[in-house]
Design a protein around this ligand. Structure first.
Ligand code: NAP
Length: 339
C-alpha cells in the first residue's frame, strides 16, 4: 500500500480539473483495501474510491479525505467447453482486457472496445456501446463491503443492472475487487448500429471479435477526443428516454430527430438536439467547449476549473430544456462521493 499526500485531483481525472486530495492510498493487494479504510478511520477522514477518473468531475476545493485507488491487476482465464470464464481484478484497464479477450478470439466484449476506465468501474455504470452492455458478460462481482467489513459476491441478477445503472452506483460502501465474466468461444457479430454498419460496408466484413473491437476503436477515435490530448470525460450527458407522446410531439418540431424505442419509451440521441437544433458543436465559453466532432462531449482546456465545467454543463442542459422540454442528466459523476 502506498500513501501519498496533497495530490491534485486534476492529475487523477481525465477532465484534468479538481483541487488536492488530502491522501491518496494506492491498493496493490486486496488486503490493502482493509488497511486503507483503517487508515481513513484513524485519520478521522471520509474516503472515496477513484478508478482512472474518466467519468468524474472533481471539485475545485479538492477533497479533505482519503482517495482509494484500486490497482490490483491479475486476470485468470478458465476454459470450459463452450465458453471461457475470466476473473479480472478491478484495477485492470478495461480496454486492455477487451484487447486480450479479442486476441484470444473470445466473444462478448468486442463492441465495448475503447471505453476508458478500469474493469472495476465497468459494472458501476454498466458501460455500454453499439448495442452491448457489460452486464451481458458479467456473471459475478466480488466486493469488499465497507459497511460490514466483509467480502461479498453479487451474482449478475443481484447487481441491479439497468441502462448505465447498477446498485454499485448508489451503494458507495461496496468497493469492487474483481469481476467475473463469461465469454463465448463462438459468437455472432452484432453490427446493427449505424456507425459499425457503415464501417463494415466500407472496409469489408467483420467476422472476429478482434476485428470488431479494432473497428470500434477506430470509429470512436474519429468521434471522441483523445484523453492524452484533451481534458474530457467522454459523453457528459446520458441519452434520455422520453415518452412516446413527447417523442411524437418533438418529431413534428424537429423532423429528423432519431428515436430508438425501448421498454420505457423512446431513447433520444441528445447529440442531435445539441448539434442540429442548437448548433452547439464546437461552442465555447471560456476554457470549456463542446467537442467539434461530437456534441455530447465536453472538453476542458488548460486553466479550466471544475466550476467552469459545472456551469457550462448547466447552461447546456438549460438550453436543451428550453428548446425541447427534455431534462437531461449527467453521465459524469461528481467527485467526491463520501461515505
Ligand atoms: P451513437 O452511436 O451516435 O448513438 C447515440 C444514441 O443513439 C445512443 O443512446 C444509442 O444507444 C442510440 N442508438 C444508436 N443506434 C441505435 C440502435 N440501432 N438501436 C438503439 N439505440 C441506438 O452514439 P455515440 O455517442 O457515437 O457513442 C458510441 C457508442 O458508445 C454508443 O453506443 C454510446 O452509448 C456508447 N458510449 C458509452 C459510454 C458509457 O458506457 N459510459 C460513454 C460514451 C459512449 P445506446 O446508448 O444504447 O448505445
Amino acid at each position: 500500500m502506498i500513501i501519498r499526500e496533497h495530490v491534485p485531483l486534476a492529475s487523477l481525472t481525465t477532465l484534468k480539473v479538481g483541487g488536492p486530495a488530502r491522501f491518496v492510498v494506492e491498493c496493490v493487494h486486496e488486503n490493502d483495501v482493509r488497511a486503507a479504510l483503517a487508515f481513513a478511520y484513524e485519520q478521522n477522514l471520509p474516503w472515496s474510491v477513484l478508478g482512472e477518473g474518466s467519468n468524474v468531475l472533481a471539485a475545485d476545493e479538492g477533497y479533505n479525505g482519503v482517495v482509494l485507488r484500486i490497482l490490483m491487476h491479475t486476470c485468470t482465464f478458465e476454459e470450459r467447453a463452450e465458453h471461457v470464464i475470466a476473473t479480472v481484478d478491478a484495477g485492470v484497464s478495461w480496454d486492455e482486457l477487451v484487447r486480450l479477450v479479442g486476441e484470444k478470439g473470445l466473444w462478448g466484449m468486442e463492441n465495448l472496445a475503447g471505453i476508458p476506465g478500469t474493469v472495476g468501474a465497468s459494472p458501476v455504470q454498466n458501460i455500454g456501446a453499439y448495442g452491448s452492455e457489460v452486464k451481458d458478460t458479467i456473471t459475478e462481482v466480488r466486493v469488499f463491503n465497507a459497511a460490514t467489513n466483509e467480502i461479498r459476491v453479487f451474482l449478475n441478477e443481484d447487481c441491479g443492472f439497468g441502462y448505465r445503472e447498477s446498485r454499485f452506483k448508489h451503494d458507495k460502501s461496496l468497493i469492487i475487487l474483481s469481476v467475473t465474466f463469461t465469454l463465448a468461444v463462438n459468437g455472432t457479430p452484432s453490427l446493427g448500429y449505424k456507425d459499425l454498419a457503415a464501417y463494415e460496408a466500407k472496409e469489408g466484413t467483420l467476422t472476429t471479435p478482434l476485428a470488431i473491437s479494432e473497428a470500434v476503436r477506430y470509429i470512436r477515435s474519429q468521434k471522441f477526443p483523445n484523453l492524452r490530448e484533451h481534458g474530457t470525460a467522454g459523453s457528459f450527458f446520458k441519452n434520455p428516454t422520453i415518452s412516446k407522446e413527447q417523442y411524437a410531439h418533438l418529431k413534428e418540431q424537429f423532423e429528423g430527430l432519431p428515436g430508438f424505442p425501448n421498454e420505457h419509451g423512446v431513447k433520444i440521441p441528445i447529440a442531435y438536439i445539441l448539434d442540429h437544433v442548437l448548433k452547439l458543436r464546437g461552442y465555447t465559453e471560456g476554457n470549456v467547449s463542446i467537442y467539434a466532432n461530437h456534441a455530447l462531449v465536453l472538453v476542458s482546456r488548460d486553466g479550466a476549473t471544475a466550476d467552469d465545467v459545472d456551469q457550462f454543463g448547466n447552461s447546456i442542459a438549460q438550453r436543451v430544456f428550453e428548446v425541447s422540454g427534455i431534462v437531461i442528466e449527467r453521465e459524469v459523476q461528481a467527485f467526491p462521493v463520501t461515505v
